[in-house]
Design a protein around this ligand. Structure first.
Ligand SMILES: Cc1cc2nc3c(=O)[nH]c(=O)nc-3n(C[C@H](O)[C@H](O)[C@H](O)COP(=O)(O)OP(=O)(O)OC[C@H]3O[C@@H](n4cnc5c(N)ncnc54)[C@H](O)[C@@H]3O)c2cc1C
Length: 261
């Protein structure tokens, strides 16, 4: 999405598209990251602008996601000659082209928030699997009496507990460090956490699907609670940086920090 100043110097004209924007279908205002200087790399040529979604030239279309993910109003937005007051630049004109840095300040919290969601959904998978396994009988035994199912439940629970403990230690550090110290020291570890919590969620969703068998696919059966959880893993794992990118970023940030030592 590109933004250029009009001749009056007080208005910015925006053109372009944004895809996968959570809540866009319901938003009255959005914070838009725009390229304001195409001659510079995005990291130093991007500006954050508040945009009133009722302005002429804006169209919003919901993206067809699964039932639960669709509630988030994730949308595709098109901007065609949308005129916005230059006063809407976040932090004023002094922050022209500094939007990427502003975005980076928010990413630790956004990634941590998504990590807590994935961890919670993984826990629901364990809970539902356990309840189902002590009820459903196959070959004269409860599922939970088969050793392979016992092992599945133990592995899922172990990974959920491990990642929750890691997450709690990061939250403790984030709330006790100064903002500057946290930005300097926690970015890499939060990327690693997001990647691992996402891996655990995908693992638990897969194992839960096995434990529920055919019922895992039927949203009107006992599987109704886990069917959307298993179907929508990617809607929680991809936003704010997909797993591969998080792993790559973790090492990159750690190398940067190491170079300063
Ligand atoms: C449900 C949902 C909600 C979202 N909400 C928002 C939102 O509110 N606001 C917003 O701005 N964005 C939002 N996003 C966008 C999200 O941040 C991007 O989808 C995500 O960063 C991945 O980018 P992409 O879709 O362009 O995939 P791509 O960048 O095309 O990546 C595709 C695949 O290639 C891999 N890949 C990409 N680059 C590299 C590389 N350099 N090296 C190795 N592998 C690579 C990725 O890991 C991924 O597996 C949302 C996405 C989803 C799915």
């Amino acid at each position: 999405t590109a933004a250029v100043f009009e001749d009056d110097g007080r208005t910015i004209r925006i053109n372009g598209v944004k895809k996968w924007i959570t809540n866009a279908a319901y938003a009255d205002y959005i914070v838009l990251a725009c390229r304001t200087d195409m001659s510079l790399p995005a990291a130093v040529g991007t500006t954050l602008i508040i945009v009133d979604m009722s302005l002429p030239g804006i169209s919003v279309r919901k993206i067809g996601l699964g039932e639960r993910a669709a509630i988030a109003g994730t949308s595709y937005i098109e901007f065609e000659d949308v005129r916005v007051p230059a006063d809407n630049i976040i932090g004023g004109r002094a922050n022209l082209n500094l939007g990427f840095r502003q975005l980076m300040h928010n990413l630790n919290h956004e990634r941590l928030y998504l990590s807590t969601l994935c961890n919670r959904l993984s826990r629901v998978c364990v809970e539902e699997s356990f309840k189902y396994a002590v009820k459903r009988k196959t070959f004269g035994k409860r599922l939970a009496d088969h050793d392979v199912i016992k092992a599945k439940l133990a592995r899922m629970a172990t990974r959920v507990e491990q990642t929750q403990a890691w997450m709690e230690s990061i939250v403790y550090q984030l709330t006790t460090m100064s903002r500057a110290e946290a930005n300097e020291n926690l970015g890499d570890i939060i990327c690693g956490l997001k990647a691992e919590v996402g891996n655990v969620y995908e693992y638990c969703a897969g194992e839960t699907t096995h434990i529920f068998g055919g019922n895992s696919l039927d949203s009107r059966s006992v599987g109704r609670r886990i069917q959307p959880l298993a179907d929508n893993t990617k809607a929680y794992v991809i936003p704010a940086g997909a797993t591969l990118i998080m792993e790559q970023q973790m090492t990159k940030l750690a190398m940067k920090r190491h170079a300063k030592l």
